[in-house]
Design a protein around this ligand. Structure first.
Ligand SMILES: [Zn+2]
Length: 696
């Protein structure tokens, strides 16, 4: 077996003599007595430089053939170079010894089973490994020294080209430069990489990339932008004019076989080996580069700490903190009647971390509404400024887009022109070529036409200058921020984004168990607002003014007022019922007086003279009997947890069907914690059809 290899294609060309010498070994094998038909040349590895068996199929084949005992002699130039590492070399020696295979180079023939030969071969392997290391080391320090002078040619990013002399200059193509500048400007404006990407994608803007390899090397190729690409751009200090080397390092463990560019790991900035400012022409200043890095870092940290802006309607999800434990409160959604989602902010730290009872929870709607009002009030003074800036920004952006369009059209014109000239220069006799050139010309013209039409459409949709009507619209919209906030086109995620620009956190503390909630809002920049908001509570007794309320009712009742009159007076006093209702009504006051044991003045309330059959209850009566809020029972009826029907006569009061067993079930359900209740508990069937007409 003759093993032939040179590591790089360049070596194959430069060291033709050596290659010839290696093939010449075939003759030596014949000289040594092998029949020419039995001499096998393995040269699959010519031009492969990677170390490791997987990258060198020829060597792997050699090893397996030796292992199968098919081989009598292995020939090669500088045998120990066969293998690129000591391990491979010794493995081959071991196998050769086992199968009594000989090894030979131009200087001699060795028998690995012979102790002296084995020792010599081992030494040769060790020496060549040391040599290899020295060569690598020399190359490496040469590279570093060159890099430290800023002369090592590293690949340049989009927007730069390297002249044949090695000098790095801005890309001569105006459009390429315009797009690079646009990326940096957009990032200043929209602040997120995704925002920049969306803008570029929406406007069909592509990045001009110089092809690095192959026959088209150095040519421009237009590619659609990617998030990773944009991130790399913003992170690359080359755009600030800095020559850097050693931003990444090769990690052999991460290499994937067959993919030569894998396994690179980004280095921490402190580990970069070379940093030479003012070496390249810059697109941005060094300060701006640092700012961009910082902003990307902030975005990342914010995304992590706030939780991403999700699509649920809870405006402040992730921003709400518990004033008692100072941990973040989570959002739960409850599906209300009509399928609407109602957010609830819950502090479950005590529960999840310590298995205790929940700390505090409150309906999200009241918090969101309160914060929204504060936010809109804070935004109002900026309205005019915003409108002016918005108009200016839109005009500037459109001018920029137009410039890029003009460049695209010019490029297309040039392509058409070149195709035409090529066609005209061709010799008419050469029909094959002429036909192809004609097709190219037609294609270029069609492309130019398409681009022109697209440009017309672009202009029609977005004229270069803002019309007066558009200006007026911007001004009107910006001046009425609440309308903008509530507009149908403003999505929940837009609103959340806006909130997150201005508010860092909201810390909530429910005062006792009452309806009063203290809210401390931390605005961006660190300023605090301490405010108070009212949350809906389930029971009257939770209200902070409950004693005041009952005193007032007793007082008014003692003065001989009717329940309706008392309700009016309570509303006039500014007292409010719990839950989401705004005003007291006569019925509510009547129930309350009943609970308080206050005699209801005036003529006794006409009781409906309807006797219900056994096991049927008026809703309010059953609720009182079970000791639960009437509203909750009503809620259960709407969810279908209990069997009930409405009385056919006005005021259509609810009649609940409940035998003693059902009453026990309902009582148990009421005492069960809210979370343990069924999502949809079917009403127990009590032997009669719930659709049957009630016997009144
Ligand atoms: Zn808490």
């Amino acid at each position: 077996m003759v093993y032939v290899r040179q590591s790089t294609p360049q070596q194959v060309i430069d060291h033709g003599e050596s290659t010839r010498l290696q093939y010449g070994l075939t003759a030596r094998a014949v000289e040594l007595g092998w029949a020419p038909s039995r001499v096998l040349v393995i040269d699959e590895d010519l031009g492969h430089s990677a170390s490791g068996l997987d990258a060198r199929p020829g060597f792997a084949r050699l090893v397996s053939e030796v292992g199968l005992d098919h081989v009598g002699l292995v020939l090669g130039v500088e045998m120990s170079r066969l293998a690129r590492s000591g391990r491979e070399w010794h493995q081959l020696l071991e196998l050769c010894a086992l199968s009594s295979t000989l090894l030979a180079d131009p200087h001699g023939v060795y028998d690995p089973t012979d102790h002296n030969d084995r020792l010599l071969l081992g030494l040769k392997g060790t020496i060549s490994e040391a040599e290899l290391w020295l060569i690598k080391q020399r190359m490496w320090s040469g590279r570093i020294a060159k890099a430290q002078r800023g002369e090592l040619a590293v690949p340049v990013p989009v927007g730069y080209v390297r002249r044949p002399g090695g000098e790095v200059v801005l890309d001569p193509d105006e459009q390429v430069r315009a797009v690079v500048r646009l990326v940096f400007e957009l990032f200043d404006e929209v602040d997120t990489v995704n925002g920049v990407l969306r803008y570029l994608a929406d406007n069909g803007i592509q990045m001009g990339v110089r092809i690095r390899q192959g026959p088209e090397r150095g040519e421009l190729s237009w590619r659609r932008p990617s998030r990773v690409g944009l991130q790399n751009m913003l992170r690359n200090p080359a755009y600030a004019g800095v020559y850097v080397y050693g931003r990444s390092r090769l990690d052999p463990r991460r290499r994937q076989p067959g993919r030569p560019h894998t396994g690179r790991v980004r280095q921490a900035r402190a580990d970069w080996q070379v940093w030479i400012p003012d070496r390249l022409p810059a697109y941005v200043s060094l300060d701006r580069y640092e700012q961009n890095l910082q902003r990307m870092e902030t975005n990342r940290a914010r995304a992590e700490s706030m939780g991403a802006v999700r699509d649920g309607p809870a405006l402040l999800a992730g921003l709400i903190f518990c004033g008692r434990c100072h941990t973040r409160m989570t959002v739960r959604y409850q599906r209300g009647p009509g399928g609407r989602l109602h957010p609830i902010y819950v502090c479950s730290r005590d529960k999840t971390d310590y298995g205790g009872a929940g700390c505090q929870q409150l309906a999200g709607g009241c918090v969101d509404g309160h914060v929204r009002q504060l936010l809109l009030a804070a935004l109002a003074p900026a309205a005019l400024e915003v409108s002016l800036a918005a108009a200016e920004q839109i005009t500037a952006r459109r001018a920029e887009m137009e410039r890029i369009w003009v460049q695209r059209l010019e490029r297309a014109d040039y392509t058409v022109d070149r195709a035409r000239r090529q066609y005209q220069l061709a010799e008419p006799e050469n029909r094959l070529v002429v036909r192809q050139l004609e097709r190219d010309w037609e294609q270029a013209m069609a492309e130019r036409q398409r681009l022109g039409e697209e440009h017309d459409r672009f202009l029609a949709a977005r004229p270069r200058l803002l019309s007066d009507a558009e200006r007026a619209q911007i001004r009107a919209v910006a001046a009425d921020i609440p309308a903008l906030w509530h507009a149908d086109t403003t999505t929940d995620s837009d609103r959340k984004h806006l909130v997150r620009c201005l508010i860092e956190r909201v810390e909530l503390t429910v005062l006792g168990d009452s309806e009063r909630v203290h809210a401390r809002i931390t605005w961006s920049g660190g300023h605090h607002s301490d405010t108070e908001l009212i949350r809906p509570v389930a029971r009257l007794t939770q209200l902070s003014y409950y004693p005041q309320l009952t005193d007032r009712i007793r007082e008014l009742a003692a003065a001989g007022n009717s329940p309706a009159r008392i309700a009016e007076q309570l509303n006039a006093d500014g007292l409010r019922p719990p839950k989401r209702r705004d005003r007291f009504g006569a019925q509510g006051v009547r129930d309350l007086m009943h609970d308080l044991g206050v005699a209801i003045p005036g003529p006794p309330r006409p009781r409906p003279a309807i006797q219900l059959p056994p096991n049927q209850w008026w809703r309010a009566d059953l609720a009182r009997y079970l000791g639960m809020p009437d509203v909750t029972l009503y809620n259960w009826i709407t969810r279908g947890w209990v069997t009930a029907h409405q009385h056919p006569d006005p005021p259509h009061r609810w009649i609940v069907h409940a035998d003693p067993a059902e009453i026990d079930r309902l009582r148990a359900l009421h005492h069960r914690p809210r979370r343990a209740r069924p999502i949809n508990q079917p009403a127990a069937q009590e032997g009669h059809d719930s659709n049957a007409q009630p016997q009144v």
